[in-house]
Design a protein around this ligand. Structure first.
Ligand code: FEO
Length: 401
């Protein structure tokens, strides 16, 4: 078999996506220690050719080489723009320049984005929700999936092969290292990176994700081609189940304790709480130092665990700033199905305890009765209170099973 740049998926579909191993932070915020792929697909309808989503412009040369390899001199007739975020569209201007007759198939909501981002106003074909469009001898049917991940987002379905082109939905972080198909990969790695991607990027729109899953449930999907992560040709149900569980907030029976500590006193409280949880039979306990753990990973862990215990010192009569940032993020994430415990350190003036209590009230979560506020180093009676907090969390978790 020739070692081609592109990957043939079936008789009329090629993968021509690229890996990004040089960007440190996705959206300049979320760490990419193992990179990310920007997937793109060339659909050959016999008499017409169609690109489905593009890649980030940094890799446009490699992208064009792959496209040339598949087209072999044929014209490119259409580009489907399912989602406007520039990780999938910033090479669009190059495509337009190289193929001046190409038509862009997209949603009505994407029109103003195309104008404002790329000064593209012509050669647009607008497709509505449920509309079918012929690509030579085959066709694509479009379904609007607003807020998964932007308001204009849509997916398209090729009925003859049961292929869903799902843009950001069913995607994840992590480059495709040789293997592009779900039956060729180490799923444990992609499970973590897909969970982090979902919770960081799409999670706050979980209601809309559930809506999209219900809308697509009637399709006979045999393969899912997302814009990030593996192509699901063997078991597409697996990634649908993961997205379903994540968007329903099916939390794990365990506890993540996230603490900040300037001089080790608040850390001692975290240790005492964890010991108590372990003594009560809780087997899945993670302690995270907020000053060393990126927000991206903290969001993923708080999303996953039913029990969340947050602790920090007072800083300038308010929350320790990294904890303030986490709490602000959690308030926006619209997370559900959690039990919250809190512990704080008074430092020299107090204030963190009050802020934590305010967060508890706003969260809508079950909040444990005991909260612990200590001045300076915890004494034995303070550690006993921490142990009580741990016991309450363990009891609440058991009650919720
Ligand atoms: Fe992969 Fe929302 O862009």
């Amino acid at each position: 078999m020739p070692n081609t740049r592109s990957v043939q998926i079936n008789d009329h579909l090629h993968y021509i996506g690229v890996n990004d191993r040089y960007t440190h932070l996705f959206e300049s915020m979320w760490p990419l220690p193992d990179g990310i792929s920007y997937n793109s697909y060339l659909l050959d309808g016999g008499t017409k050719t169609c690109l489905i989503d593009c890649v980030r412009v940094h890799s446009v040369n490699e992208f064009m080489r792959k496209l040339d390899e598949v087209l072999q001199g044929r014209p490119l007739d259409y580009v489907v723009v399912n989602h406007m975020e520039p990780d999938h569209t910033s090479s669009l201007r190059t495509i337009k320049d190289l193929f001046p007759d190409v038509k862009i198939i997209t949603s009505k909501k994407a029109v103003s984005f195309l104008e404002h981002y790329y000064d593209i106003e012509e050669d647009l074909i607008i497709v509505g929700d449920g509309e079918k469009f012929d690509i030579g001898k085959t066709s694509l049917t479009f379904y609007a999936t607003p807020m998964v991940h932007w308001p204009e987002s849509q997916v398209c379905f090729e009925e003859s092969t049961g292929t869903l082109f799902s843009q950001d939905a069913f995607g994840g972080f992590g480059t495709l290292d040789g293997a592009i198909f779900d039956d060729q990969i180490n799923w444990e790695f992609y499970l973590d990176e897909t969970t982090r991607y979902y919770t960081n990027i799409v999670g706050k729109y979980s209601v809309q994700v559930q809506r999209a899953l219900k809308k697509l449930a009637g399709l006979d999907i045999k393969m899912i081609c997302p814009d990030h992560g593996p192509v699901w040709r063997d078991n597409p149900g697996k990634i649908v189940e993961l997205y379903d569980a994540l968007s329903k907030q099916e939390t794990k029976d365990g506890v993540v304790i996230i603490y900040g500590s300037m001089y080790g006193n608040t850390e001692m409280m975290a240790e005492a709480i964890a010991r108590s949880l372990a003594a009560e039979g809780i087997r899945d306990i993670r302690i995270r130092d907020i000053s060393k753990t990126h927000l991206s990973y903290l969001i993923a862990e708080t999303w996953n665990y039913k029990g969340i215990i947050l602790g920090c010192p007072t800083y300038n009569v308010g929350l320790f700033p990294p904890m303030g940032n986490l709490i602000q993020t959690l308030e926006k994430q619209k997370m559900k199905n959690h039990i919250l415990g809190t512990f704080t350190n008074y430092s020299w003036g107090g204030g963190a305890e009050k802020k934590m209590a305010e967060f508890g009230e706003k969260s809508g979560w079950e909040v444990l009765e005991t909260s612990v506020d200590v001045m300076g180093a915890p004494k034995q009676e303070d550690l006993d209170c921490c142990a009580q907090l741990g016991r309450e969390m363990a009891a609440a978790l058991k009650n919720s099973r």
